[in-house]
Structures are given as structure tokens and as C-alpha cells.
Design a protein around this ligand. Structure first.
Ligand code: C6P
Length: 429
């Protein structure tokens, strides 16, 4: 495999893998695990697992409720986690950071609360055809309720956003642009700076679905000036069940509460209530206390390595995989070249269904990849396919994982090749 143009100093040390107990498990007999399903969910280092164990063993109680010592301790750790997230995003205030259940929960919050209060019949929400279902369905639901209209930015041949079409679709009717920073199916990196500047000039707000970028690249909400940003803890070494909604304070302040219940109130009477201040206003009920504290440990871990370094490492692996996979006969890579993508590669094969392909890679070679539409069914339909196979990387993957993937693909191809071709291949050596 030629990696002549790649700079090996971009790689993180292999010793990082020692921090991840699950990577040393023999998941299948005879096969060391090659975990390439990180866009779906990552693994956790011992530091995060220990932090979770530690809270339960020493500091756990409900937050913001008791005056007893344990409640004070867990409240302090929970609020420390909020401050860590603020720092990670370079947000101005910790009260702009809302703990939710995940990216999906965060986008639904904005659609229901902001959308319900602000959208009128004929207002437009500008989405893109590459969005995850989590950034499509909530807008379809609120559009049905309010009479707002959905528009979708198409793709170029190459699999990038068609920015000329974006310019045409962005009008004074557009109230919000909701877009993924990195596509979970194509790996395309979208031009969030340009989109935000143009949207603001047109008087529209911007929501960024950052599920696939916050874990992999530095994020600066003040630098990009986005209005809302959503992501999940489980895609960045943290626990599942926790995510973040960042929103500008002035916007969140003006929005009505989404869920009602304990903690989100200032005062309750039998027939009415007054909401609490931010961020409590949007955190009804007992929040994801321990997941948030685990996420805080994950942020420490990521910061110690540096998101710039993580981005360079993943780009190396993506470029290496792209070069090797593009040489495989019968394999088509979805999306743009390595200069406009990062972190993952989806592909389709002539004659072999993605599910079957992923199953054999797992069962025979211990390689975990995802197959299906990756919750981007409209995108797959547009591309004229029902499913693709996706390999996605993270900081603990190494070039050896890419090599195993390429070898596995070649072997599966041979297994599925017609009998005559298989014999020919064998005799070719
Ligand atoms: N994508 C994937 O395999 P949740 O499930 O709420 O944590 O994240 C939803 C979500 C939203 N936006 C994007 C761009 C995403 O990639 C995801 C999750 C996983 O691609 C699971 S479908």
C-alpha cells in the first residue's frame, strides 16, 4: 500500500489503544478486533470508565435538590462538566450549554421550542439532502404544525453541497438553515463559516448538527457565530444518554420551555408556572448526571491529546483508506475526495449487498463496520442505492486497521467472485 504522500508524523501513538479496555478483548475467536464503527458510537477509555465508577462510589446523589454533602458534590461535578463543554466550544457563558439526551434531543428541542414559537405559514427552513434523519424529521414535524415550508440544498456530482443552489434557495423567507458540519454518510466537510455568514446576511438563524465534527475537530461557536449547535457524548468517548445543545443566550432566553416538570420552574401554582432561568429552563426532570460527568472526563482526555492532533490523525487514516479503496475494482466510494472529507468512508459494491458484506467482514475477519442507510435514507435514495458499507475512524485506529480493512475487502470479493474468476485469481497468485 503506497502512503508516500502521507506524513506519518500526523499519526497519534499506538500506545493510546492501551487506554481502551474493549480494544483488547477478543470479540470473535481467532480475530483481534478492528473497530471501524466510530461514527455510530466510539469506545471509552479507562479514564472515563473510572470517572463514572468514582461518582457512583463516592459522590452520587441527585443534583440541584439537596443541601446534603453528596448532593452538593454531584451538583459541583455536574456544573463542572457544563463548564468543560463551554470551554470545548469556546462559548461565552455556561448557561448557553444545555444538557440533553443527545444530538436528536437537542435538535428536537430547537424545532419544538424555537420553531413552535417563531414559524408561520410560508416561512422556510433550509436543510440539505445529506442530513441525518435527526435533522430532517423534527423539521418535518414542526413544518406540519406551523405551515412552514422545507427546502433542501442539493449536492454536486462530487458529493459536496451545491453552494450556487444554496445561494438561490436562501431568501428572505428563510428563517433557519439547519445543516450538518460533517455528513455521517459521505464524510463531506461542509463550509459552516460561509453558510453562517450568508444565512445571517439573509436574516436567518443557523443550527449546526455537529454530531460528527465536535469529536474530531476543534469547534469555536463564537468564531463561526452559529446560533445553535448540537452533538452527542457517546460519539466522543463519553457515555450514551447525554448530549449538548449550545444556543446563543439571547435566543435561548426568548424561547419557551420545551419539556415541563421539576427543575425547569421558578414557581408553580395549580394552574400556571413561571420558568426557571437558563440553563435549568431546558433541563426538566433529573438530568443525565453521571453521563454528563463521564462526558467531562472524555473532554479532559480529548483536550490532553488536542483536537487538532486528532483531526490530523484521522485525516491521515481517511486519506490512506481512500487511496487504497479507490484502487479496488467494482467498489464505488460515496462522496468527495480526501481533501473535502474526514473521518469516514462509505462505499458500495457491484453485486454484493452492503449488509452481506459487513456481516462477512465481521464474522470472518473481526472487522466492525456499519451497513445500511446510516439514517440518511433520502440521501441514499437520491444516490440510487438502498444501503452502503461505512468504515469510520477515531483516535485509537492505526494504519494497521486500514490495512486489515483493505485485506478483508479483497478477501470478501474473492469469496463472492463467480467460480471461474475465483480459480483464475488463485492461479494468478
Ligand atoms: N449517527 C451513525 O451511525 P444521536 O443518536 O442523537 O446521538 O445522534 C444522531 C445523529 C445526528 N446527526 C448526525 C450527523 C449523526 O451522525 C447522528 C448519529 C449515527 O451515523 C447513528 S444513526
Amino acid at each position: 500500500m503506497s502512503t508516500a504522500a502521507l506524513d506519518p508524523t500526523a499519526l497519534l501513538p499506538e500506545s493510546l489503544r492501551d487506554d481502551f479496555p474493549i480494544l483488547h478483548n477478543q470479540v470473535l475467536e481467532n480475530h483481534p478486533l478492528v473497530f471501524l464503527d466510530n461514527a455510530a458510537s466510539t469506545q471509552r477509555p479507562a479514564q472515563v470508565i473510572d470517572a463514572i465508577r468514582n461518582v457512583y462510589e463516592h459522590d452520587y446523589a441527585n443534583v440541584h435538590r439537596g443541601i446534603h454533602t453528596l448532593s452538593e458534590r454531584s451538583t459541583e461535578l455536574y456544573e463542572e462538566a457544563r463548564e468543560k463543554v463551554r470551554g470545548l466550544l469556546n462559548a461565552e457563558h455556561a448557561r448557553e450549554i444545555i444538557f440533553t439526551s443527545g444530538t436528536t434531543g437537542s435538535i428536537n428541542l430547537v424545532a419544538r421550542s424555537w420553531g413552535g414559537a417563531n414559524l408561520k405559514p410560508g416561512d422556510e427552513i433550509l436543510l440539505t439532502v445529506m442530513e441525518h434523519h435527526s435533522n430532517l424529521v423534527p423539521w418535518q414535524q414542526i413544518a406540519a404544525q406551523t405551515g412552514a415550508v422545507l427546502r433542501h440544498v442539493p449536492l454536486t456530482e462530487e458529493g459536496r453541497l451545491d453552494m450556487e443552489a444554496f445561494d438561490r434557495l436562501l431568501t428572505d423567507r428563510t428563517k433557519l438553515v439547519a445543516v450538518a458540519s460533517i455528513s455521517n454518510a459521505l464524510g463531506t466537510i461542509n463550509p459552516i463559516d460561509e453558510i453562517t455568514t450568508k444565512a445571517h446576511d439573509a436574516g436567518a438563524l443557523v443550527l449546526v448538527d455537529a454530531a460528527q465534527s465536535v469529536p474530531h475537530l476543534p469547534t469555536d461557536v463564537r468564531g463561526t457565530d452559529v446560533d445553535f449547535l448540537a452533538f452527542s457524548g457517546h460519539k466522543m468517548l463519553g457515555p450514551s444518554g447525554v448530549g449538548i445543545l449550545y444556543g446563543k443566550e439571547s435566543l435561548l432566553d426568548a424561547m419557551p420551555p420545551f419539556l415541563g416538570g421539576g427543575s425547569m420552574i421558578n414557581e408553580v401554582r395549580l394552574d400556571s408556572f413561571t420558568p426557571a432561568e437558563l440553563p435549568a429552563k431546558f433541563e426538566a426532570g433529573t438530568p443525565p448526571i453521571v453521563p454528563a460527568i463521564g462526558m467531562s472526563a472524555a473532554i479532559d482526555y480529548l483536550n490532553a491529546i488536542g483536537l487538532d492532533a486528532i483531526g490530523r490523525h484521522e485525516h491521515y487514516l481517511t486519506q490512506m483508506a481512500y487511496e487504497a479503496l479507490s484502487k479496488i475494482e467494482g467498489l464505488t466510494i460515496l462522496g468527495p475526495g480526501p481533501e473535502h472529507r474526514t473521518g469516514l468512508i462509505s462505499f458500495v459494491f457491484e453485486k454484493i449487498h452492503a449488509h452481506e458484506f459487513a456481516q462477512v467482514l465481521n464474522d470472518q475477519f473481526g472487522i466492525a463496520v456499519r451497513a445500511g442507510h446510516h439514517c440518511t435514507q433520502p440521501l441514499h435514495t437520491l444516490l440510487g442505492i438502498t444501503a452502503s458499507t461505512r468504515a469510520s475512524f477515531y483516535l485509537y485506529n492505526q494504519p494497521s486497521d486500514v490495512e486489515r480493512l483493505v485485506e478483508g475487502i479483497a478477501a470478501v470479493q474473492t469469496m463472492f467472485a463467480p467460480r471461474g474468476r475465483r480459480r483464475r485469481k488463485r492461479s494468478e497468485g
